[in-house]
Design a protein around this ligand. Structure first.
Ligand code: CAA
Length: 233
């Protein structure tokens, strides 16, 4: 299957998916969100794929929602329903395979949420991460309010979300937001090594270990998928 905004390659039981809108720093346009939803929906049923790697083309992992697409919604309800139809994160959540984010540059707003929706995060030493939504008058409605405190604790999560501050890769490592920081030019090599180690282990043990951890820790994160507005109709 080919996608307009994604590059997909399968190698040694690993699916590599690259967000491919480098000129827009891989911002999450409608097409990209649609493609991601399709990709994660398809790949979760692929028995021969045991691990997924997500990265970005060019100098960004993902700069978040495509701000240039933003228009006044006709109504909050219509806006929310339209966003729900495009929600790739639910499809991501259903993937039995471990997902590694190879954070090659900016991971901001929805891009940081995309990284947090992955199971493991390896970052280039050039990466910058942040939930910058409040600087635009919105909240991190794509899972960030639940994932960030689970990863780095309530106080630090509140500090970062309420200020919208961007942090460098090394600070993200200290906080536990990423598992490793590697020199930029070695990022994909480090990711491939980790992917190879995991895929060399017993496939069912890997799958059920992930399931046990995710179900145990994350059984309420669905409440965070509220997108920008969460008002009753
Ligand atoms: N949406 C659309 N286009 C974007 C974009 C975005 N989020 N981020 C960057 N771009 C575009 C820029 O408009 C620019 O395009 P042109 O060359 O056509 O002008 C191109 O990508 C390069 O960007 P910059 O020139 O700004 O590059 P820079 O190196 O000077 O700055 C940056 C990089 C700090 C990431 C800056 O682009 C930036 O702050 N972007 C916005 C990041 C952001 O706040 N994201 C969160 C959005 S809210 C959200 O994500 C919530 C949600 O899911 C609903």
């Amino acid at each position: 299957m080919t996608y307009e905004t994604l590059l997909v390659e399968r190698r040694d039981h690993v699916a590599y998916v690259t967000l491919n809108r480098p000129a827009a720093l891989n911002a999450l346009s409608t097409n990209l969100r649609q493609d991601l939803k399709q990709f994660f929906t398809t790949i979760q049923a692929a028995q021969d794929v045991r691990l997924i790697v997500v990265t970005g083309a060019g100098r960004a992992f993902c700069a978040g929602a495509d701000i240039k697409e933003w228009t006044e919604p006709a109504s909050i309800v219509e806006d929310r329903e339209a966003r729900g139809r495009l929600d790739f994160r639910e499809a991501m959540r259903r993937c039995p395979q471990p997902i590694i984010a190879a954070i090659n540059g900016y991971a901001l707003g929805g891009g940081c949420e995309l990284a947090m929706g992955c199971d493991l995060r390896l970052a280039s030493d050039r990466a910058q991460l942040g939930l910058t939504e409040v600087t635009l008058g919105i909240i991190p409605g794509g899972g960030g309010t639940q994932w960030l405190p689970r990863l780095i604790g309530r106080g630090k999560a509140l500090e970062l979300i309420l200020t919208g501050r961007r942090i460098e890769a090394q600070e993200a490592l200290r906080l536990g937001l990423v598992e490793q920081v590697v020199p930029h030019e070695h990022l994909m090599q480090a990711v491939e090594e980790l992917a190879q180690t995991i895929t060399s282990r017993a496939p069912l043990a890997v799958k059920y270990a992930k399931e046990a951890i995710v179900r145990g820790l994350d059984n309420t994160s669905g409440v965070a998928l509220v997108e920008v507005f969460d008002l009753d109709p």
